[in-house]
Design a protein around this ligand. Structure first.
Ligand code: PAN
Ligand code: ZN
Length: 188
């Protein structure tokens, strides 16, 4: 039987001492995400071991929900900020919530029908991600962006669509400020 438990989450670092799932995503594995491949190669030559983000989760398999943190490090490749891969959920009836604890960012969302939205990520803001909206988070600040996510255990990640085509909008720095632009490479 599952029993209730208090799970401490460090909102500054994303650390969850009782987490039972972890992974680290090196920037080196994210080459295809960035438009400026020359800038990517230059960045990797100077920072071969750079980490893009880390994910920690607390999951009990027979439960319907689980939660965890994503800690995104700051950085830019060309004019694009460090970002997550982005995904739809395999189960099209599963949404998610992202509750930002520290740092600054943008959550980029899109539907299969072509709608796009952006939700600010800042401490105190909980982003509602409806079912069947693809979501990618972007660290637009100079400090780690830490958010807590809550999701159904059976939601699953569908990375293929976003890995193949990218997202419809890109988060870029222009005149020192974050903004979004249409992705010129997206097959509209
Ligand atoms: C999050 C994400 C996490 C990493 O837990 O999986 O932020 O992003 P990618 O999975 O897109 O690389 C979530 O949305 N889970 O469903
Ligand atoms: Zn998700």
């Amino acid at each position: 039987m599952l029993t209730p438990e208090a799970i401490f989450i460090d909102g500054r670092t994303g650390d969850i001492p009782k987490a039972n799932e972890h992974y680290t995503k090196p920037v080196a594995e994210l080459r295809g995400l960035y438009r400026d491949t020359a800038a990517f190669d230059t960045y990797m030559a100077a920072n071969p071991d750079a980490v893009g983000y880390e994910v920690a989760g607390y999951r009990q398999d027979s439960s319907d929900i689980f939660f965890g943190t994503t800690t995104m490090y700051p950085g830019k490749i060309g004019e694009e900020y460090f970002m997550t891969r982005g995904h739809y959920h395999v189960r099209r009836d599963c949404g998610e919530a992202y509750y930002t604890q520290s740092g600054r960012g943008l959550l980029l969302l899109q539907t299969r029908e072509g709608e796009t939205r952006e939700v600010e990520m800042a401490p105190g803001i909980c982003a509602f991600i409806p079912p069947d909206w693809a979501h990618r988070s972007v660290n637009t600040g100079h400090a780690p962006l830490v958010f807590v996510w809550f999701c159904q255990t059976t939601a699953g990640h569908n990375y293929g669509d976003i890995l193949t085509h990218g997202m419809r909008r890109l988060a870029v720095e222009r005149d020192g400020h974050p903004t979004t632009i249409p992705n010129p490479a997206f097959p509209f």
